[in-house]
Design a protein around this ligand. Sequence first.
Ligand code: ZN
Length: 1029
Amino acid sequence: MSQQGYVATPPYSQPQPGIGALSPPLRGHYGDPSHSAPPSGIMKPAGPLGPTAPIGVLPPGPPNPGAHQFGQNGPNISGYTQQRFPGLPPVNNAVPPYPPASYPSPVSTSATTQLGHQLGAMQIHNYGPGMASGSSGIPAPPPAASFQGPPQLPQPSILQPGPRIPPPPPSTHNGLSTAPSLPPGSRQDGLPGSSPPTANFPSLPLPGQPPGPGYPPQQGTNYGPPQMPGAQLTSPVGFPGGPAQLAGPTQPPKKLDPDSIPSPIQVIENDRSTRSAQVYATNIRGQVPPLVTTDCMIQDQGNASPRYIRCTTYCFPSTSDMAKQSQLPLAAIIKPFAIVPPNEMPLYLVNHGESGPVRCNRCKAYMCPFMQFIEGGRKYQCGFCNCVNDVPPFYFQHLDHVGRRLDHYERPELSLGSYEFVATLDYCRNNKPPCPPAYIFMIDVSYSNVKNGLVRLICEELKTILENLPKEEQEETSAIRVGFVTYNKVLHFFNVKSNLAQPQMMVVTDVGEVFVPLLDGFLVNYQESKAVIHNLLDQIPEIFADSNENETVFAPVVHAGMEALKAADCPGKLYIFHSSLPTAEAPGKLKSRDDRKLINTDKEKTLFQPQTNIYETLAKDCVASGCCVNLFLFPNQYVDVASMGLVTLQTGGTLYKYNNFQKHLDSQTFLNDLRNDVQKMTGFDAIMRVRTSTGFRATDFFGAIYMNNTTDVEMAAVDCDKAVTVEFKHDDKLNEDNGALIQCAVLYTTISGQRRLRIHNISLNCSSQLADLYKSCETDALINFFAKSAFTAVLTQPLKTVRDILVHQTAHMLACYRKNCASPSAVSQLILPDAMKVFPVYMNSLLKNCVLLSRPEISMDERAYQRQLVMSMDVADTQLFFYPQLIPIHTMDVNSETLPVAIRCSEERLSEGGVFLLANGLRMFLWLGVSTPPDLIQGIFNVPSFTHINTDVTSLPEVGNPYSQKLRLTMSNIQQKKPYSMKLTIVKQREQPEMVFRQFLVEDKGLYGGASYVDFLCCVHKEICQLLS
Ligand SMILES: [Zn+2]
């Protein structure tokens, strides 16, 4: 068989979003099954990803020079620059959008050791049991003097220069009143002319105060915006050591100008204005990408697109001591199946035939741009482990005068950050090519689901959904087979074989040891069995119309689905539509335990844990069989999401929840979710491995994943919305010349049953200067990491401990920056690294989230649900979730393409005459001020006045005027990019539902605790002062 170098996809003018984007391999890559001996007894192909992988048969001969479409594949290829390897000059002089990150030296770091000792002694980043009591002790408030600073005059200066700008005159230390807006391009991306990387925010001096002898030493001042209704309702419990000390009824409220503290909106808008018009090319090591909120075109030039990988910092510290000192987490958020927009290049598929991918003999890393070819092209040195490998004969190519292979730009795996390999049989279960996946629909037909119309709704919708099962681009029909089960406290399987006149039902009553009563006819091709399936879907609502059965089972349902997939020897997804606590006598039976007594006690964590370990065992078995569990919950009361959701979380599935489902209000949200999920780009039976260059390694993984050992991330399925957050730790010193290299490889089965490897590579810088770390960090990614690590810690730690750790670590990171990187300044000033300017407001929102801080109106199920959702979110999802988008709709220009700029999430930004749209990825609100102009109301709702507006709806009417159209389009655009369908709630100012809405105004003090942004800044500042004193 001749060796096809790779199979190129069509130019990017023709891609299909999602599944169809990759061209199929050309020929028999699964070849003769006898060509390699199967490793016996291995269910998972641990070999190829592990250290003992066979490297396959190496056919002789040079590569076929014929298949070189890659180099001519569109205009974006020609501009490649190659700057990854020191010593290799760029191929051409295309000007990269950003110069390589090179920064002026930071200020002296001589003082770092002392702080390092302090930080180290506190063991901040440790959720281990030893931390529990120690960290909950909040340091006493710092001496007043250190907090308050010298006598001060109010001066209009907020942004104090960082290292690159001479220190300001001392008199500007304290001023705060008129914050000049940030200049465009103020991020830390090394742009020439960008603003200083440090922002100073004096937290105490207040505008309008008479110049005087500094601040009164009392701790009682409430710095929250005093006009905020509700601010005085309760004493804050949101974070330790913070506003509790600051707030006091006896002090006159003072107003800190909210415009003087860093604004997320401004940071987002600045990044948009400087970077959205550019093409972001990934050719530079350690380059910080545009923010997730900035739309721009991304061009893979040797590192994975930020759509696939984002990092908390793009410059790693050289030593573990530095890492400990800064407390900056080193993590990557990997979304291996991210959808790329149509104007970007889909992934190339590389097919080395029976040889399989070329891999390092020692560390098993896959061929990638980080491998350096030497000795005339006969050998290559692995960028990860430095091992010198022979180039397999079929892969040999000569080098040019700069030591680069002549086919460099013709092979995706040599010149791109992301690509796919066709996997050989060595990478398949039992060395057999996999079968295409199957989807099994499992409907709870107990009384309440039948009565509220849900069963009929699902059956009707399935007829449409099944017509649109995902398929490969070039295939006419989907290869996915489908099966159907209904259940209450027994299970009903359906035979829908195409030759039957009527579907046949088989009842399994023994739920203790569930089995699959039929093999032939259960999983079928939809098109072939369409008539029988439609017949079945028509009959199901009738069969159970008179059912009085209230009890349900759950674990046996999952078990049955898994057994069915196992029997068919294929991976797949279960779609389970369930509504109640499974109380029927069966394995996995649950009892109601929504135990409010435990809230705010050390035992609160148990409410996030499953109440029986059977679900964990079940999840493990499911993963071993490639069975992914998607769960659609329709609860009217407690269903124990913490227990039932576990199997979903650990199998890479998605959990959807529709409280008190009402058909006329919630159908659209549910059906959108279901359609979207069925059609999602998904990899099945997946196993991910993250390799790194020497000196550091991946230590912790967070996501909808299962870990059977410390290195293999198993996912029964992984879809385009799922992201895995990976934390790295040093095990040695990193070399500044080599940087820090990361390779993520995902072995998976496609929707048509091909086994493939998807590879993402990224190279980061290393530095022995702390300032470089802070310049290259990304707040949105940091928040993603902190959210997932904290939401993992709630399973084992008291919530207060988890919150304390987050507050401490925030202070430590900022204190370390101030001590080692910032210009000397008065201790009263709060100084934030430019790249972390809005870190505190996001962190405060995380601290106030109902997972970490209970609220009376939020059920335990809702908390467990939100916890689970966040665990698999990517950076864009967590950004929106913790800082919702709030758009002043009344300022919308219907004649303009652009949307009004969002406003900050605070009540004081709302106006009585305005209409505001808020979205956080799970919910959407349209808030209407009491003085909204009637013509606006008419335009949106087609009713004459505020009082006529019906709030008992979940969608807006189609009014048919440009205003209504633009608003509806805006809402649909916000929705489009998000994995969950957001239910719309209409909120009128000063009516009861406003209480719910206000919880999303995350800069304000929470109604039931949780600090305001201003209070949190004060709290953090205080702790920083203490660390520095
Ligand atoms: Zn290696």
